[in-house]
Write a protein of this length. Structure first.
Lengths: 237, 409
């Protein structure tokens, strides 16, 4: 169980969904909190264990088709994540984890599989695999710099009226409709690996600020050097 | 070996010519182009070249090239061996390897994990050696559970004798449809891809090396061979001090696999083991290169499991140079860097280079590992005091360093 004092970071099902360096999102949140003197406590929730409902920031990552289906079944049966979100916790859901948050997603043979309904989205299997660097301009309401990352998925995600697009794609496929990712309340979904928070520290800070309020600035030179190198390489004519 | 049909002879000969030409013009080692030319002229060439030979196929995520080399070294005790020593592990490379040793009664072929079913079908190899499966270059390679499933289908109904590492649950699952399996307790350091049962998805319970599914009957089979630190234990319980020159636990595991394969070919341990001890470096891996009094030992690590193995070999007393690229053969997605635990490097002088050095720099910064950023490998090497230094590089970064030193093997 998370303690009361520390900021608790809950990593959901690393045994099923952590194929693309998803641990990086956990490490970046820990580092950015730690460097501001915010104590953190990280909980790795294996798929056989219950999801605690009083955590602060929840993370769920990407993975193969079969673990994705298993994760959706277990999260639905468990209900802990739903209760945590209802209490105002923040969630970053990546790739397979993003698709799970919707009403349906495409299974191994493209068959529709029930998601857990935390976001008003539905996903299906697209015509071709989207693999490569992605660049996108974030919804102005969030006040974040350009989104950068790497996508590798076959999903097409349709956004319903209950969510807003996270960003408009400049390069890459994302949701498949000119947008990448979505958000609603304190829940953010994205196709981006990289991992997403290492490539987009401002997004990490957004999640942190939702739980701890205003944040002091950090020396982001290593983050910035990587962002500039990636963005200039990817946007080369 | 029986005589090849005329068309296959011609295809094989033209392929060898193309390979020679490729080497002479400095375009490569010729092992892929030669095979491609041969296959173009005779699509059934691999089947024809494989006929009437005793073949072993070697596949895994990590250790394919080294284990292929160890098995080859052992089987040389029995006679001439055809092998793809330089890691050209798809059918063109196999054609090339077998063409170059047309009279060899034995063949040891490293096989890309995805191609194993096809190559097994085509060659009808009698022995298959399977070591480990873990996440690797996800932007172009397949998903490993699907790979293992394809292995199951390919092995089912064939008389193939499989030698498999039963400490890796996914390999065990992939091998267990074979008619005959020799299980080797070869160890498994990287466990992040095997917390769930490959059969039913339930949680795997682990106790020391043993593992079993909590929800179904899938469990670790009883091994016939085992690695116990530096000792190989054979099926009769006899203990053999390995004492090989290749460093690290992963190579001792590869050596036990090689001894089990050798025995499947009728070669006893007392004749195979001295041959394994002769192997010092494999296609540049573990080689030490020298410049201006700096002796750099080259370690190849292509994925998180490979980095764990390289850390096991690296000397904690020495400075270390890390080089990372993200070209096609490396995988263009560098997110795997975040699966590697770099904290083991704290306290050593660390130098970071390669085309994706900024990705690695941020990764180390987040892990609180101090480092110096270098624009080139030469710059990193020049920053070392005279003496020894370890180098860990991923695939194309490794090849670039080898090229700088004349592809020293």
């Amino acid at each position: 169980m998370p303690s009361d004092s520390a900021l608790s970071i809950v990593w959901i099902y690393p045994d099923l969904l952590s194929t693309y360096g998803d641990q990086g999102n956990v490490l970046v949140l820990e580092q950015r909190a730690r460097r501001r003197g915010i104590e953190t406590e990280t909980i790795h929730v294996r798929s056989a264990d219950p999801v605690p409902e009083n955590g602060d920031i929840y993370l769920i990552g990407g993975g193969e088709d079969r673990p994705q289906i298993l994760a959706a079944e277990r999260l639905r049966r468990d209900g802990g994540l739903h209760r945590a979100i209802a209490r105002g916790a923040a969630l970053l859901a990546v790739c397979a984890g993003y698709q799970i948050m919707g009403s349906t997603f495409g299974g191994e043979e493209g068959q529709p599989v029930d998601g857990i309904g935390l976001l008003d989205i539905s996903s299906s299997r697209g015509p071709a695999r989207a693999v490569g660097e992605l660049v996108a301009e974030v919804d102005a309401a969030l006040g974040l710099p350009t989104l950068t990352g790497f996508e590798n998925h076959m999903g097409v995600t349709h956004l319903g009226p209950g969510v807003r697009p996270l960003s408009r794609t400049v390069k890459g496929i994302g949701n498949g409709d000119g947008f990448e990712g979505c958000y609603a309340g304190h829940v953010v979904g994205t196709y981006l690996h990289g991992p997403a928070l290492a490539r987009n520290p401002a997004l990490a800070d957004l999640l942190l600020s939702w739980r701890v309020g205003q944040l002091t600035p950090l020396d982001d030179s290593h983050y910035e050097a990587l962002r500039q190198e990636r963005l200039s390489t990817v946007m080369q004519p | 070996m029986t005589q090849l049909p005329l068309r296959a002879q011609l295809a094989s000969a033209l392929g060898r010519s193309a390979a020679t030409l490729s080497r002479m013009t400095g375009r490569g080692d010729g092992s892929v182009i030669g095979g491609r030319v041969g296959l173009l002229l005779e699509p059934d060439l691999l089947r024809k070249l494989a006929r009437d030979r005793k073949l072993a196929l070697v596949s895994a995520t990590n250790g394919k090239t080294t284990t292929t080399r160890l098995i080859t070294s052992a089987l040389l005790e029995l006679g001439e061996v055809a092998t793809n020593a330089f890691g050209a592990n798809m059918p063109a490379g196999h054609v090339s390897a077998l063409s170059q040793h047309k009279g060899a009664p034995y063949g040891v072929l490293e096989v890309d994990e995805k191609y194993l079913p096809e190559v097994l079908d085509t060659t009808g190899a009698g022995v298959v050696c399977l070591m480990n499966l873990s996440r690797d270059q996800m932007d172009r390679a397949g998903e490993i559970w699907l790979l293992a499933q394809k292995w199951r289908r390919a092995l089912s109904g064939k008389p193939t004798h499989v030698i498999a590492n039963c400490d890796d649950p996914l390999v065990t699952w992939g091998a267990s449809t074979a008619a005959k399996v020799t299980w080797v307790a070869g160890g498994q350091r990287w466990k992040e891809d095997s917390w769930c049962c490959p059969e039913c998805g339930g949680p795997l319970d682990r106790k020391d090396a043993d593992w079993a599914c909590r929800e179904c009957t899938f469990h670790r089979p009883e091994p016939q061979w085992a690695l116990d630190d530096d000792v190989a234990v054979d099926p009769r319980g006899q203990r053999w001090l390995l004492d090989i020159q290749l460093p690290g636990l992963a190579n001792r595991s590869n050596a036990v696999m090689a001894l089990a394969v050798a025995e499947a070919f009728g070669l006893p341990v007392d004749r195979a083991l001295p041959r394994l001890r002769e192997v010092r470096s494999v296609a540049g891996r573990y080689t030490t290169v020298e410049r201006d009094g700096r002796n750099a030992r080259l370690l190849l690590a292509k994925n998180p499991a490979g980095w764990l193995e390289a850390f096991d070999v690296a000397d904690p007393q020495l400075p270390i140079i890390l080089s990372v690229n993200a070209q096609g053969p490396d995988g263009r997605d560098t997110s795997w860097l975040w699966d590697v635990d770099y904290r083991i490097l704290r306290g050593r002088p660390v130098f970071v280079t390669g085309e994706r050095r900024l990705d690695l720099a941020l990764r180390l910064d987040v892990a609180d590992v101090p480092f110096a950023l270098c624009n080139t490998f030469s710059e990193a090497l020049a920053m070392q005091p005279p003496g020894r230094v370890d180098v860990i590089a991923n695939y194309t970064a490794f090849q670039q360093i080898r090229s700088e030193f004349g592809r020293a093997v």
